[in-house]
Design a protein around this ligand. Structure first.
Ligand code: AP5
Length: 226
């Protein structure tokens, strides 16, 4: 089987993390979610975390060179030779160009970019009601996916919190950043024949089913069967 090198693209709150976790389990590929990587760095007070914190708290993107280095390191590490799932990277055109350069240096290329989209009103509702597990980042929603016990993670029993950047005044800025800096990637990848659109407004299981179908097609294309 040809390697599967995937990018999950979409606005904040569209369900990239929810679907990324499911895909990781199904495909058994390394899953690199830049938001999770940065939050862990902030929690551990590493140099990367100290640099990223003030950008993240305000809902701004961290500088390109900071995040490009962190992803390039992982792609070169040898753990992603059968493929990978990138969630939240690239998020600007310079990041997309840096990713293409890195993959070309490794003699590889992207298999597909999966755009999970949902309108601004819907993602605002999702981010406003999201509750995140403080220990391992498991995600719930007060209305759409409530935990069995309020405030407690079903998976590992740790506390559920509201992320600092899920507070109402920050959500608006994250959406502005998305439209200004990340949305141009839709055209960037469409021109290269890599973009596949997934309707993120549907229920999580329906989104997963559509993703599975798209991946089957991508695999057939990658193997030259269609
Ligand atoms: P990051 O953590 O990547 O945030 P994001 O892209 O804004 O994405 P989210 O995690 O908020 O949303 P999601 O799409 O994963 O949705 P989820 O599945 O949780 O990045 C955070 C920050 O890090 C950035 O602001 C930036 O500062 C920095 N950063 C990260 N990458 C960077 C980069 N490359 N360059 C520069 N800076 C970078 O779902 C949301 C909610 O909806 C949940 O409650 C969930 O339960 C619910 N839900 C999910 N799917 C559905 C559904 N189908 N129906 C109903 N509810 C649903």
């Amino acid at each position: 089987m040809t390697e599967l090198n995937l990018v999950l693209l979409g606005p904040p709150g569209s369900g990239k993390g929810t679907q990324g976790e499911r895909l990781q389990e199904e495909l058994r590929l390394p899953y690199y979610a830049t938001g999770d990587i940065l939050r862990a760095a902030v929690r551990d007070e590493t140099e990367l975390g100290k640099l990223a914190k003030e950008y993240m708290d305000r809902g701004n993107l961290v500088p390109d060179d900071v995040i490009v280095g962190a992803i390039a390191e992982r792609l070169s590490s040898g753990e992603a030779t059968d493929g990978f799932i990138l969630d939240g990277f690239p998020r600007t055109v310079p990041q997309a160009e840096a990713l293409a350069d890195k993959l070309s240096e490794l003699g590889r290329e992207l298999t597909g970019v999966l755009l999970i989209d949902a309108g601004d009103d819907e993602v605002t509702r999702r981010l406003g009601g999201r509750r995140t597990c403080v220990k391992n980042g498991h995600v719930f929603h007060v209305e759409f996916n409530p935990p069995q016990r309020e405030g407690v993670c079903d998976v590992d029993g740790s506390e559920l919190i509201v992320r600092d950047d899920d507070k109402p005044d920050v959500i608006g800025n994250r959406l502005e950043q998305y439209h200004a800096k990340t949305e141009p990637l839709i055209g960037f990848y469409d021109e290269r024949g890599l973009l596949r659109r997934i309707d993120g407004r549907a229920a999580p299981d329906e989104v997963s089913a559509e993703l599975r179908g798209t991946l089957e097609t991508l695999k057939l294309e990658a193997n030259g069967a269609i």
